[in-house]
Design a protein around this ligand. Structure first.
Ligand SMILES: C[S@@+](CC[C@H](N)C(=O)[O-])C[C@H]1O[C@@H](n2cnc3c(N)ncnc32)[C@H](O)[C@@H]1O
Length: 302
């Protein structure tokens, strides 16, 4: 099979294509009339942050992928339009993270927290930005789950030592949509949102899910697990394309059931190391599935 880096590289240049269909009317007059009417309606319904920022229009077209209940009044600020986790992916991650208490350390406008509320007994949703937190609360109410979420406005870096939870979910800022233009997204370059956030999370629970760009540096993610420990890397698909990467750490989060798991007991003969120095003998699972996942063993120090 292909290596993870090959897979990631082959995907790093893909552009998200939007499926906009235009209705063409045969007769001339109604056509003009209809077109005008449609334009007006679209303009009227655009929220201010989209009207003022043409680059956000591509996210607007995908609004129901972000929130299926978008029309019930979902609120997003400018930054959230490109940083919210699309609902299908958030739903999938929430299923993987099913537990009693989960911390959503960087909850933003609630894309993940809302889905966690369906699979976890209690969600602690943290964000430093009061506007986003208020939007998250409002959006959670639309989904009828605000009572299951405790919203805390503050910095995860300050709050982390006070938290107790079974699972920590990390979706820190990636530095804006520009990340996609790098060949490889470096965890080190995330500054405190990378290793520091991860280690703080790990002090709360061994079970950490880290939501990252699809072109993230796999070597760094494997090393985060620590010597002899495991990470499962999962490519999340949207529109039939790999869109993001979720790294699962901790015995309770890692899916040990697949055929492509490596453990310390894995026979060295069956473990193939590629030239970047980590075990990369994995298979992508059925790519027809909404989500593909694979795992690899942690590198020994090399
Ligand atoms: C990528 S967004 C999260 C999006 C979220 N997963 C969703 O689906 O809506 C990252 C969030 O981290 C928040 N943030 C930045 N620094 C923070 C900090 N020190 N502590 C907590 N939240 C922080 C930002 O305000 C932003 O909302």
């Amino acid at each position: 099979g292909s290596t993870l880096s090959e897979t990631l590289n082959s995907c790093s240049n893909s552009t998200e294509s939007l499926n906009v269909s235009n209705v063409v009317n045969e007769t001339k007059r109604p056509k003009i009339h209809k077109k005008k009417k449609k334009k007006k309606l679209t303009k009227l319904s655009l929220p201010d942050e989209i009207k003022n920022e043409p680059s956000l229009k591509k996210y607007w077209v995908q609004r129901y992928k972000l929130f299926s209940k978008f029309d019930d009044g979902v609120r997003l600020d400018k930054e959230s339009w490109y940083s919210v986790t699309p609902e299908k992916i958030a739903e999938h991650i929430a299923e993987r993270c099913r537990c009693d208490i989960i911390v959503d350390a960087f909850c933003g406008s609630g894309g993940n927290s809302i889905q966690f509320a369906f699979t976890c007994e209690r969600v602690i949703a943290i964000d430093i930005d009061p506007v986003k937190l208020e939007n998250a609360r409002h959006n959670a109410a639309i989904y009828g789950v605000e009572d299951r979420i405790e919203f805390i406005c503050g910095s995860f870096f300050d709050l982390a030592p006070t938290l107790k939870a079974d699972v920590i979910f990390l979706s820190p800022p990636w530095g804006g949509p520009e990340y996609i233009h790098c060949d490889t997204y470096s965890i080190a370059a995330m500054g405190e949102f990378g290793e520091k956030a991860f280690q703080l999370a790990r002090n709360i629970s061994d079970n950490v899910a880290f939501f990252l760009p699809k072109n993230s540096n796999v070597d760094e993610l494997v090393r985060l697990a620590g010597q002899g420990k495991h990470v499962e890397l999962e490519q999340n698909m949207l529109n039939n394309k790999i869109s993001t990467l979720t790294a699962y750490y901790g015995d309770e989060l890692i899916d040990w059931g697949g055929n492509n798991q490596f453990t310390d007991a894995t026979n060295d003969d069956t473990r193939r190391l590629d030239d970047t120095g980590y075990a990369a003998d994995f298979e992508l699972q059925d790519s027809l599935a909404e989500h593909s996942s694979f795992s690899l063993d942690v590198a020994d120090e090399r």
